[in-house]
Design a protein around this ligand. Structure first.
Ligand SMILES: Nc1nc2c(ncn2[C@@H]2O[C@H](COP(=O)(O)OP(=O)(O)OP(=O)(O)O)[C@@H](O)[C@H]2O)c(=O)[nH]1
Ligand SMILES: [Mg+2]
Length: 323
């Protein structure tokens, strides 16, 4: 299975470093303002103005295009997460629109310069060329705005380190986020209704052993329902992606009190499905303060029962997988 971590050669940090994208008006303002500062004699001045407009636009569009990674060759986990977050089709279409606009502007400006050199009235050519450039850039305004939105949205895509990954999975509202908050540094939102968690959160769980500080990454995922993949909603799909591609080990949370709103049978049926992935699964009961079932490790985030024991189990399981 391909890795999503740094040994795959792909650094997801690139998704957090995408540049701010100017709107059509902002980009045109910038280009025309820069051109208005060009000095020189009439013909050369106009030629330089046109070249400046083309350079400013081209450099901005190219800096945006180059900042994006290759979505075809990135690990499947990130590709699918980008697709769920911003839509890969739309992303590719917008980047292609920028490429089109870049070449159109260059062509329009080259033509204008040729006309001036050929003796046509520079002022007239300048006006016409500015008009054509503006019209092309305005045509990609929606793409520029979309790419700026995408830049913001992609900041929510988590970056994983080399430490082993435990993915917490289970039905909605069973107490996954509460558990992640008890075990790690990350504090996801907890609420008494299903699908509170809509994104993927990563926290670090630390463990001191023989004077050594060990770490694992723990991933809080949205709840999943036991139903075929094509019926799963976009939120559940994020959880499926994590379980499939990220997990070295899965921590499956069962709420036997059914106060989550889902029967234990349904939860166990999802557990069977998760087990079919062939990855190590640690099964626990949540909300130990509300029930007496102890045929699995029972953990309570309210009283702290079982939390430290679970931490030990997670680390020894990871240790076992590594040896
Ligand atoms: N009594 C008790 N309630 C708990 C415990 N853990 C979680 N809860 C409650 O269960 C509800 C759901 O908790 P969350 O941690 O948001 O559950 P989740 O599985 O992350 O839910 P989704 O993100 O919607 O899938 C909240 O009302 C929590 O306060 C526990 O150990 N004891
Ligand atoms: Mg949650």
């Amino acid at each position: 299975m391909e890795s999503v971590k740094s040994d795959s050669g792909f650094d997801a940090e690139i998704l957090h470093k995408l540049p701010t994208v100017l709107t059509a008006d902002e980009l045109l303002d910038k280009a025309f303002r820069r051109a208005s500062r060009v000095s020189g004699r009439k013909r050369e001045k106009t030629i330089n103005k046109l070249a400046t407009v083309s350079n400013v636009i081209s450099s901005h569009l190219n800096s945006v295009m180059k900042a994006h990674p290759s979505y075809t060759s990135m690990p499947e986990f990130y590709r699918e997460l980008v697709d769920l977050t911003v839509g890969l089709g739309r992303l590719r279409k917008s980047l292609a629109a920028l490429k089109w606009a870049d070449s159109m502007v260059q062509r329009i400006v080259t033509k204008g310069i040729r006309q001036i050199k050929g003796g046509k009235n520079p002022e007239l050519v300048l006006k016409e060329t500015y008009g054509r450039v503006a019209s092309v850039i305005k045509q990609i305004d929606k793409d520029l705005r979309f790419l700026n939105e995408a830049k913001r949205a992609m900041r929510r895509i988590p970056v994983f380190r080399d430490e082993p990954v435990v993915v917490v999975a289970g039905y909605p509202n069973v107490g996954k986020s509460s558990l992640v908050a008890s075990l790690s540094s990350v504090k996801p939102e907890v609420a008494s209704y299903p699908f509170t968690t809509k994104e993927i959160y990563v926290g670090m769980v630390e463990f001191e052993e023989k004077g050594k500080n060990k770490k694992i990454q723990i991933v809080d995922t949205p709840g999943m329902l036991d139903r075929p993949i094509h019926k799963r909603n976009e939120i559940e799909k994020r959880a499926v992606l994590c379980v499939r591609h990220l997990a070295d080990c899965i921590l499956f949370v069962i709420d036997p009190t059914e106060s989550c709103g889902y029967s234990i049978d349904k939860q166990l049926s999802l557990l069977e499905e998760v087990k079919e992935l062939g990855k190590p699964v640690i099964e626990i009961y949540s909300k130990a303060d509300l029930h007496d079932m102890r045929d699995r490790l029972a953990v309570s985030c309210t009283t702290g029962e079982g939390v430290e024991e679970l931490r030990k189990i997670l680390f020894s399981e990871i240790e076992r997988l590594r040896s």
